[in-house]
Structure formats: structure tokens, C-alpha cells
Design a protein around this ligand. Structure first.
Ligand code: FES
Length: 244
């Protein structure tokens, strides 16, 4: 876990406005009592980002490959991502996504395995995973349903749609239903991403059937999948598995 460093309370450093102003620039507001603004030692009202590291602490360890079993397919995928970038750390996000697909979330084990392959500290990858909200840092259901609730979808009933999804899946821990903004398919509002497949427009009364399709591993509302829609590009229509 990344803990927040406790900051010392800023000291109140007050310089009256009249004293800061150059001679000859008096103001009618100079008589108004000034409110003290608490400031940190460097003069800012917000804590600094550049506090020195605690050099007394033990350095973080990179997981030892000899004692960290990593599934062969996951290792191969992470290494393939690392090979794409001049700086291998740029592969942190796809590496974490790959580990999440294997473990269901960015669990300590998933982070440890990805860190082992990438030769990074787990803390480095945790800092990435905790920033991006599609990287899950808590256990979630494997069926990811993201209902867009941004403005276009919201105007078309997305809030009711999200409520209905939540009601239909309330007792099923296999579902990860959440609101999302904006999924970038406003022309099919209200829409949702169902395990990465964009579907819309979805009527509220279609939700029970859609949830059942997801449970059974069937294609979600095949007639409403964005990547199967007709396009001016004749090569754009792909088989469902290619569109994932
Ligand atoms: S507002 Fe929902 S996809 Fe853009």
C-alpha cells in the first residue's frame, strides 16, 4: 500500500499587503484587516512534491525470479510489451493489465509477478495501478460492465440504466458494474462497455436479457455492438473475437 506522507502543518507567515506593495502604490484596501494565510516553509499554500526520500529506510526489493513463480504466458506477454518501448518501464500499464487479466485484479501476487518480470519494485507498479481506474486495486467481479454516465448518455437515460444493471446484478459477485465517463461512443447513447465490447443504445428493459447473456458467456446484444455496425470502411466489420 502506498501511504500518504504526513506533512507538518504549515506555519502562518504573514506579510501585510501594505508592506509588500512598493512605495507610492497605496490602496484604499490597506485599512481592511488581512486574513492570515497559512503557508509552508517554501512559501506555497500547498505541500511540496519534492521532499527528500528517507535515506535511512531499507531500499525496496525487486522480487527474486528464483522464488517468484510467474505463469509462462504472463511472463511472455509482459516481455513482449517491454520489447516495444525504448524505456521498458513504459510497459507498466499493459503489464499490469495482463496481470489483472490473469488474477482478476491487481492483487499483491499479480503486482509481485509483474514486478519480477519487469525488474521493478512492487511499489513502482502499485503507484501506477493506484492511479489508473481501470486497474483494480481491490478484488472485483470478472464481468466488467461500465455504463457511461457522461452527458450524452445521461440525457438518454444512463442513470436509470446503471441503476437497473446494479439491481439485476446485486447478488452476483461475479459482476463489476460501475459508472464511467465518457466512453467515447456518444452516438450510441446510452451505452455500456461489456467486457470491452461497446453496446448501445441499450434500453432499460433490455438489461435483464443482457445480464443473462453475460452470465452465459454469450455475445452481448449482438445487434447493438458498435464494432459490428455498418461502416463506410468495408474492412471495418470484424468477427466479435477480433473486436475485443
Ligand atoms: S457520453 Fe456516453 S459515450 Fe460519450
Amino acid at each position: 500500500m502506498i501511504g500518504r506522507r504526513k506533512k507538518r502543518a504549515p506555519e502562518a507567515v504573514l506579510t501585510p499587503a501594505a508592506e509588500r506593495r512598493p512605495a507610492g502604490f497605496e490602496s484604499h484596501r490597506d485599512d481592511v484587516p488581512q486574513r492570515e494565510v497559512a503557508r509552508f516553509g517554501h512559501g506555497s499554500r500547498v505541500p511540496g512534491w519534492d521532499d527528500a526520500v528517507d535515506l535511512e529506510k531499507d531500499p525496496a526489493a525487486i522480487p527474486d525470479p528464483a522464488t517468484t513463480p510467474v505463469p509462462a504466458a504472463l511472463r511472455a506477454e509482459i516481455e513482449a510489451h517491454m520489447a516495444k518501448y525504448p524505456d521498458f518501464r513504459s510497459a507498466a500499464i499493459p503489464a499490469l493489465a495482463a496481470a489483472q487479466r490473469v488474477h482478476g485484479w491487481c492483487s499483491p501476487e499479480a503486482i509481485w509477478q509483474a514486478a519480477c518480470v519487469m525488474r521493478l519494485t512492487p511499489g513502482y507498479l502499485i503507484s501506477v495501478a493506484s492511479f489508473y481506474d481501470m486497474l483494480e486495486t481491490r478484488p472485483v467481479g470478472r464481468q466488467a460492465v461500465y455504463v457511461c454516465t457522461n452527458i450524452s448518455c445521461s440525457l438518454c437515460g444512463a442513470d436509470e440504466l446503471l441503476d437497473r444493471f446494479k439491481r439485476e446484478t446485486a447478488d452476483d459477485p461475479d459482476f463489476n458494474v460501475r459508472g464511467f465517463e465518457c466512453l467515447g461512443a456518444c452516438d450510441i447513447a446510452p451505452m455500456a462497455s461489456v467486457n470491452g465490447i461497446y453496446v448501445g443504445p441499450i434500453r432499460t428493459d433490455e438489461v435483464p436479457a443482457l445480464v443473462e447473456q453475460i452470465r452465459e458467456g454469450l455475445p452481448p446484444l449482438p445487434g447493438k455492438q458498435l464494432h459490428l455496425r455498418k461502416s463506410t470502411d468495408p474492412g471495418a466489420v470484424r468477427a466479435p473475437e477480433e473486436g475485443r
